[in-house]
Unconditional design. Sequence first.
Length: 402
Amino acid sequence: MTSSPSAAPYRFPIAPRYAGMESSPLKDIFALAAREDVVSFAGGIPDPELFDLRAVTAAYDWVLAHQGRRALQYGVSEGERELREQAARRLSRELATDASQIRITSGSQEGLFVVAQALLEPGDVVLVESPTYLAAVQAFSVHGARMIGVATDDDGVIPEALEEAIRTHHPRMVYLIPTFQNPTGRTMPVGRRQAVADVLLRTDVPLVEDDPYGALSFTGSTWAPIAALPGMAERTILLNSMSKLMAPGVRIGWMRAEGPVRDTLAVAKAAISMQSSVVDQLMVARYLETADLEAHIATVSEVYRERRDAMARAIAPVLPEGAHVTHPDGGMFLWAALGEGYDAQSMLEDAVEAGVAYLPGWSFFADHPDHSTMRLSFVTHAPAVIEDAIGRLGEVIAAHRA
């Protein structure tokens, strides 16, 4: 028996935490990126021309030829041994790590969801930078947590503001992106990292540290994670990803943790996705063993530096007086605050009509959003394309000038 053509379509009851989420900024990013008539700066989408396709192909071929039956079988929730060993080897450059401390995830995005599943109860408070990574806000929010934004400056989260927020809100955890932060591109200097660690140690609050961009340095300088500071390793869950370094479509990342929480993370991971793709894990492990990832990162970082410079040159003259734009030393993003009287969300339709897209900054704030802000990714397009599109964006900004 079928319903009559005039009957209203059936609507499944939706959990309140997803009410009103028919779309999301992340979903919209990829829709904009797919439009051929729009130059999109909205998403941190690596240029596919830069993928190390030959080495990735060789790694897949080797795995399927030598470990094919295992690669196509179920795996373990903790992750395949070879990949956990390779991840531990990479982390040990700055933080002594063994394979038992690694849990493999399907990108660091799943890692955030696993952490939320393992640690958060409805009503828990999570302190985040203001602004912070929007998908982290979503992952924590759908588990019923309440995000509180902590004041930041050009060096990242302000330690005094963090300590005051801890005293006021008694958070379950603090979430930070210290290196080439998404969305601002800012990096915490060593002194700021130590001051933040001192606050967390003094107040006994755990840290979830997200580091997907740290290797993409334009200056040759690198920063050890906060987790590497004395006393912090045991109270930090550190997330890394191969998405920005090798290939986002592979969806492989990992978490580093110590103590009993490792088992809880594995149980949460099993409940969400059983295990990450075994063939992809083994391919990444083979790639890390045989390919020159550091040379690939150096090549990509040089290209990204040129594109950052192109965007910085193009955007400076089109911003209104008093606007502020970051100039990151690595990563993928510029962050522009246009200032009072501008609404980046209301400008977006005109910008897309002009053939250029960005991500309005309001979605990166846990609370008290600055609607004049926008995030622009410089990694996808060549300098000439960036300069032309920013010129068109400048015309849109001028048309909306208060």
